[in-house]
Write a protein that binds this ligand. Structure first.
Ligand code: SAM
Length: 285
């Protein structure tokens, strides 16, 4: 039984980094006049009310999207992402709702782009079905998303963006991500794959990034890009999320520049202590 509910965390600093990267990748990939398939292996509920008991419990969005909401001086990519979140709200002057990855993708994809969404949670799955009900070319599946890369790649149009965004509730998720990426690249070396991960005071996330680098160096046509943002200080008990990262395989070339402009701003605006930092590295060809 899954305990994790994304509603507790919607709009936090980790969603900001993840959804900035997702939206800017989709902006770029939808410029070409050829259909695209978006695979979201861990899709969540689709959208979240920030006045719900879940979201209010910790109000994580206050230290995430809440800190960017009223800023008029953001770099272009970041401003575009914030405007998409505003467009999901009934009143752009007040932050009341936060879009999940399927909703942001729905806003950016064209009518003939396909969506394949996986969600296992018995409460979030029907919510996701409802969110996507009107959209054609969309499959919403109550199935294990780790199998999606093997099952769905390559897509008929041979253009794919895959978001892998597990909750890492179970320690084996780290290894499953690497296996899924390897299987995906074996089937389709051009897949644009976005992996989100939490920064924790433990080894698994760092080891996973090293294994993803090796997988991409070996199997991806255009290499990889890695961005991470650390906002919180380490704790004495060793618990808590210090920040998060996005590992992008076959990154669109515009991503490096967009993140070079956005990460210093995110570090400044989302910092929860003086030692906030970011990493931006790549090995592209
Ligand atoms: N991608 C979403 C977004 O950005 O809005 C958030 C996803 S949340 C971090 C992870 C989701 O994965 C949870 O809703 C959880 O129920 C679901 N989940 C956990 N294990 C799964 C699996 N093996 N396959 C599909 N979904 C899973």
């Amino acid at each position: 039984m899954l305990a994790y509910r994304h509603a507790f965390h919607a709009g936090n600093h980790a969603d900001v980094l993840k959804h900035l990267v997702l939206t800017q990748v989709l902006r770029y990939m939808t410029q070409k006049d050829k259909p695209l398939t978006l695979i979201d292996t861990h899709a969540g509920a689709g959208g979240y009310g920030l006045d719900s008991n879940h979201a209010r419990k910790h109000a994580e969005y206050d230290d995430g999207i809440g800190r960017l909401w009223s800023r008029a001086d953001l770099p272009a990519g970041l401003a575009d992402y914030v405007n998409l979140v505003k467009a999901f709200n009934p009143d752009a002057s007040r932050l009341m709702r936060y879009p999940g990855s399927p909703t942001l993708a729905k806003m950016l994809l064209r009518a003939d782009d396909r969506m394949r969404l996986y969600e296992l949670h018995s409460t979030d799955f029907p919510l996701l079905q409802e969110t996507m009900a009107e959209r054609r070319e969309t499959a919403v599946m109550n199935r294990d998303g780790f199998g999606a890369l093997k099952a769905d790649l390559p897509p008929p149009s041979r253009r794919a963006v895959v978001l892998i965004d597990p909750s890492y509730e179970i320690k084996t998720d780290y290894a499953k991500v690497v296996t899924a990426v390897r299987e995906g690249l074996e089937r389709f070396e051009d897949a644009v794959i976005l992996v989100w991960y939490p920064q924790l005071q433990r080894l698994e996330p760092r080891e996973m990034v090293n294994r993803l680098k090796a997988a991409a160096n070996q199997g991806a046509r255009r290499g990889w890009l890695h961005a991470s943002l650390t906002v919180a200080a380490p704790t004495s008990d060793g618990f808590g999320m210090l920040g998060s990262g996005m590992f992008v395989i076959n990154p669109p070339f515009v991503l490096q520049q967009m993140l070079a402009e956005s990460l210093p701003v995110l570090k400044r605006e989302l910092a929860q202590h003086d030692g906030a930092s970011f990493v931006l590295e790549h090995n592209t060809r």
